[in-house]
Write a protein that binds this ligand. Structure first.
Ligand code: UDX
Length: 447
């Protein structure tokens, strides 16, 4: 198959490289010339384990190439994927579809022969209809079928997720698209990944419903964690106890500082908007969005409470900035709201993250960036684990404590056992594990 991937961001680049690895001929397109020239030199713009090797291998084999010009590749293509960004629109939370629409308008004149155009970007219900209208208006002669094929990969595990997905969802309105997409995903049939063919609108909604459900699951366990801290129960055991019920499942029940990242925050908001506009509001997700927003700042108050109620004039070491480990992505990271709350309380923040500091620097201009966790801890009153990087699990806690002036270790990801933390001379504050001080009376600027 000859495949074009419009947009070489997270989803486009990973999908393009994996499809090339399946044996297809793939051209990844992006408007950003410097990104394309760096990709041609083998430089990967994001941190994603295994991606550099995967790209290099497929470029060397002549199956993967990069271009800023889509005309010739689209002319030759059997299948054109649109994988451009759909960020939340400023102001109303709706998904901004301008990049998707622009991509459709640009590919339209170059379509020849039967071509399947596939939206891989996360797009609200009805976008496929709009893409089809744009293509047909711009090129009435085009022989085209428009399909929806949402991507469910997670950052940090993107290649594994793409190659061994729980399922592939494909929405079509024209049956001629089916054999083409079956061929695209043939290696996954061999892996026995189920492929669900459905209608286009249904497929578009599946993606939002999946992300919103997972966001709701996390938010549920976060609220249960809060309750555990009031009544003296252990959220990790509650999660295990309920997760062993197959109807609930064990995954996405890890309590923490609230979900972040490039998908959950914007997709939950967009679903809320779509449902509101359709006159069928999804209140559970409205509440999920509100609870998660509140939680991130509440984590700031939790840290201040662990420092005796005030951080004014104190230094706080923040370990981990990215929204989760194994990525350099800072989009909607809980660390941003937590650091803001600490600074509002008068603290100086020294932060360390294994991969995220480059991206964090422009977003956190008042934060001091350290060269290691130990460097961050020098003179700090508290050390706070915000992201569960493996490197933090192996920290020498005694050494860390020895560098600090205070004894608070706030573990927002529950990566340590209390005994080990206490043996190193810390007072351990974790999430939802037994009675914790109620962080009501803390010294923080009005919100
Ligand atoms: C998510 C979806 O998992 C993926 O299917 C979709 O395509 C894109 O959005 P991603 O954003 O890469 O993927 O990260 P994910 O691993 O899902 O985590 C999202 C956020 O939830 C992170 O901030 C993470 O720390 C948090 N989380 C996740 C929890 O707090 N607890 C959990 O149990 C799981």
């Amino acid at each position: 198959m000859r495949i074009v991937m419009i947009g070489s961001g997270y989803v486009g680049l990973v999908s393009g490289a994996c499809l090339a690895d399946f044996g297809h001929q793939v051209v990844c397109i992006d408007k950003d010339e410097s990104k394309i020239s760096r990709l041609r030199e083998g430089k990967i713009p994001i941190y994603e384990p295994g991606l550099e090797d995967l790209v290099a291998r497929n470029v060397a084999a002549g199956r993967l190439s990069f271009s800023t010009d889509l005309a010739q590749p689209v002319w030759d293509a059997d299948c054109v994927f649109i994988a451009v960004g759909t960020p939340a629109r400023r102001g109303d939370g709706h998904a901004d579809l301008s990049y998707v629409h622009a991509a459709a308008a640009e590919i339209a004149p170059w379509l020849t022969g039967f071509t399947v155009v596939v939206t891989k970007s996360t797009v609200p219900v009805g976008t496929g209809d709009e893409v089809e209208r744009i293509l047909r208006d711009a090129n009435p002669k085009a022989d085209v079928a428009v399909a929806s094929n949402p991507e469910f990969l997670r950052e940090g595990a993107a290649i594994e997720d793409f190659k061994r997905p729980d399922r592939i969802v494909i929405g079509i309105e024209d049956d001629r698209a089916r054999p083409v997409l079956e061929e695209v995903y043939r290696p996954l049939y061999l892996n026995q990944s189920p492929i669900l063919f459905t209608g286009r609108r249904t497929s578009e909604l599946i993606k939002y419903a999946a992300n919103a459900f997972l966001a709701m699951k996390i938010t549920f366990i976060n609220e249960v964690a809060e309750l555990c801290e009031r009544v003296g129960a252990d959220v990790q055991e509650v999660a295990r106890g309920i997760g062993l019920d197959n109807r609930i499942g064990r995954k996405f029940l890890h309590a923490g500082p609230g979900y972040g990242g490039s998908c959950f925050p914007k997709d939950t908001l967009a679903l809320v908007k779509t449902a509101e506009d359709a006159g069928a509001p999804i209140r559970l997700i409205e509440t999920t969005v509100a609870v998660n927003d509140t939680r991130k700042r509440a984590m700031g108050r939790k840290i201040i409470a662990a420092c005796g109620g005030s951080v004014r004039g104190k230094t706080i070491a923040v370990l981990g900035l990215t929204f989760k480990p194994n990525t350099d992505d800072m989009r909607d990271a809980p660390a941003l709201a937590i650091i803001q709350a600490l600074e509002d309380g008068g603290a100086t923040v020294r932060a360390y993250d294994p991969e995220g500091m480059e991206a964090a620097k422009s977003m956190l201009p008042t934060v001091a960036f350290a060269s290691s966790p130990y460097d961050a801890a020098e003179g700090a009153s508290a050390a706070v684990i915000v992201t569960e990087w493996d490197a933090f699990r192996a920290l020498d806690l005694r050494r860390l404590r020895g560098l600090m002036v205070g004894d608070a270790l706030v573990d927002l990801r529950n990566i340590y056992q209390t005994e080990a933390v206490e043996a190193a001379g810390f007072v351990h504050t974790s999430v939802g594990r037994g009675l914790q001080p109620v962080p009501n009376e803390v010294d923080i600027a009005a919100e």
